[in-house]
Write a protein that binds this ligand. Sequence first.
Ligand SMILES: Cc1ncc(COP(=O)(O)O)c(C=O)c1O
Length: 483
Amino acid sequence: MADSVLTTKPSIDSILARAARLASDYLSENKNRDRLVVDWLPPGKLREKLGLKLPKEGRGLEAAFTDAQSFLKRSVRTGHPYFLNQLYTGSDPAALLGEWIASLANASMYTYEVAPVFTLLEEELVRKMGKMAGWEDCEGIFNPGGSISNLMAVLAARNAAFPHAKQRGLLAEDRPVLFCSEEAHYSVPRAASVAGIGIDAARKVPVDSIGRMRPDALASMIQKALADGFKPFMVSATCGTTMPGAFDPLEELADLCEEHKLWLHADAAFGGSVLFSKKHRNLMDGVERTNSLSWNPHKTMGVPLSCSALLLPEKGQLKATNALDADYLFHDTAEAYCDRGDMTIQCGRRVDVLKLWLSWQSHGDEGYRRRVERAFDLTASGRDLLKLRDSFELVREPEGCTLLFRFLPPSLREQERDEAWNEKLERANITLRERLKHEGRIMLNYASLDGLATLRLVLTHPDLTVEDLRFILDEMERAGANL
Ligand SMILES: Cc1ncc(COP(=O)(O)O)c(C=O)c1O
């Protein structure tokens, strides 16, 4: 079949109209609690069901629609209120529209000449988000996820401390070390690895009982590194840690960084949206003293993946770190000062700003504030509900919008707590979580904390209620009754 036959106007009209209907039905069903989050199948069975095979001859637009429908049906419904597995959730029609239009325009964010509108949107969003962090002016760039924003921060900090590294690489005598908490996201040590500093040079600072980096421990570790002949250059604080959602104390860390002339980065990939709330903004007091800030609108603000900004109060750092002046791309035009391609490690770059812009227009600052405050309130209620039940044990007092706890199966409740008990508890919690996933009604995650599997509920879905939380805990008790 000739390609033109596949894309004639009538068939595009009909397929896109049906796709719009599919999307709209799908979105409205996200509120239906009776819907499964996932119709779970293991990989072998799923492969069989999907009949994955690419054709020699094109099958046309109709086939594309049929496949898309079947793939969506078998995918995890991440906008469902009972998808509590990841730090992102929800579904936002305005943002979806932005995603579609961005693909339709198919611009690349490197130059003003191919992305004039989106370049200006990005500048505006950077300015607005920077202002919320307390900076009158700043620079920034949208990246494909918080991991890349953190990497870009490490590269910028490395460039400030070891400017020769861009051209010549790190030298044996450089001996750089950076610090992050032992509960920082793994993208920070990985960034150290990618930046040629090495994972061992990302030193893990102990946390307090809530999960916040301890400034006293950091001070000792900086002293020790200096005494051993290393060159500390950066502290990566976390605002909203991946498991307990804790906020490292930025003011105290900023004091230490100023004293030792270290770059202070705030990884607020998860927690950045507290800046919308007067009530909770104090968790990020001191953010205006940082040198860089990662903030993912694709987490608590509900914009679809991926959407992550890196913001820096001192202009020029991104270009100083990344620019290579490729002359086939960046020309000496009157508008070249708007080109953003040399601020990043990417060449072609997706338009991630349109979906955020449209979502922000649709919700406003106040809509996001309500969403954030609701998540905090719900977490406080969830904590109280957990405490009332013998079948659960809270593992950390929540500071952000996640609940960390363990399920205590009836068979273990009255037994002595020794190593064998711990092992049984670990197995029971992992089994419970797998059971729930296979049933498909609720998805939640777990990780090892203090050496033991710990369940995590992320409570940022805007439609989640206290009633839902009761149901979720009931379901866990039901599914774990015989463990
Ligand atoms: C604290 C923190 N930083 C960074 C990241 C990485 O973000 P992304 O998944 O967008 O790469 C995560 C992911 O969950 C995170 O929790």
